[in-house]
Write a protein that binds this ligand. Sequence first.
Ligand SMILES: NC(=O)C1=CN([C@@H]2O[C@H](COP(=O)(O)OP(=O)(O)OC[C@H]3O[C@@H](n4cnc5c(N)ncnc54)[C@H](OP(=O)(O)O)[C@@H]3O)[C@@H](O)[C@H]2O)C=CC1
Ligand SMILES: O=C(OP(=O)(O)O)[C@H](O)COP(=O)(O)O
Length: 335
Amino acid sequence: MVKAKIAVNGYGTIGKRVADAVQAQDDMEIIGVSKTKPNYEAAVAHQKGYDLFAPASNSGAFEKAGIPLAGTIEEMVEKADLVVDCTPGGIGEANKPMYEKAGVKAIWQGGEDHELAGFSFNAASNYEGALGRDLVRVVSCNTTGLCRVIYPIDRELGVKKVRVTLARRATDPNDIKKGPINAIVPDPIKLPSHHGPDIKSVLPHINITTAALKIPTTLMHLHTVNMEVNTDCTAEDINRIFSSQSRIRFMSQGINSTAEIIELARDMGRPRNDMWENCIWPESITVHEREFYFFQAIHQESIVVPETVDAIRAMMELESDGAKSIQKTNKAIGL
Ligand SMILES: NC(=O)C1=CN([C@@H]2O[C@H](COP(=O)(O)OP(=O)(O)OC[C@H]3O[C@@H](n4cnc5c(N)ncnc54)[C@H](OP(=O)(O)O)[C@@H]3O)[C@@H](O)[C@H]2O)C=CC1
Ligand SMILES: O=C(OP(=O)(O)O)[C@H](O)COP(=O)(O)O
């Protein structure tokens, strides 16, 4: 089988995970990854066997650091069928003309606006809509986690209203530049947070608003989700619907915090402690009339990674059935 040629522009928190997940599939392969700085991440990418590309103006720095380059970012893009842009939020927009000039398909992550790609993706919610598309945005980690729970509930019970409060991890574990250290920060103060409108970019008919707070932790986000539905239901019904979703995992056996979830991922031998699934506490599912609540934790560094693989498969038309793609992606990465 000829594999789809995938480039990762921006080998950071998301990019390095996307590269490994793509490489684990049998219908796509990584032809290159990019960095701007010749630091430890660039050295490890080279050690792993990835061809490394950088802006032409930075090639001297890589040479000085003894990290070999395979070429410039433009040259990497020319070799690819599809580029996954994992540059920091707001940077990826400037790369669109480069992708258009090279005639390659492109995926952006949730730090970019919906309008840049014109299609926002979540595998369970709208896989088929991405079939054959040239430009797609995979929605952000929190938005992905919310789509994964709202879509199946809407399909089975009809969602009337969703209200969510998100406690957002302040920054990623490797990031030493950002805070907060001793504060809780409304993020943003002006409501709603971007997540509600972003859900509507995937599921336009859902009545949803969201509020988010940044808290001094790096491990995971935590959501308090409140949904009103159109159909009578019990906690067992909600439990059954969530159980049918392969990217939802129930937390039990003494797991009462995000710290223990990450320890579970370590104990399971997951790469980089990644927890690709929404982590829901079934005990928290509480129904009153047609309204219910629950808690879920979201591992921000990894949740969008299987979704990105599915987006590639849809855009390259390697699989027309979303459920089959989800199954294939999960199996290859060990989910
Ligand atoms: N981190 C998270 O929790 C999540 C992030 N996202 C989204 O994913 C995207 C990427 O975020 P994240 O992985 O955290 O970002 P990181 O800062 O961890 O990584 C960004 C990468 O892009 C590279 N880079 C920076 N500038 C350029 C450039 N001009 N051209 C090419 N490469 C560049 C950096 O390389 P170098 O260091 O060499 O400069 C780095 O490897 C954003 O849209 C973000 O919103 C989505 C879900 C979760
Ligand atoms: O996609 C994310 O969060 P989001 O879903 O709240 O936008 C990631 O955790 C990145 O968030 P950041 O913009 O705080 O680095």
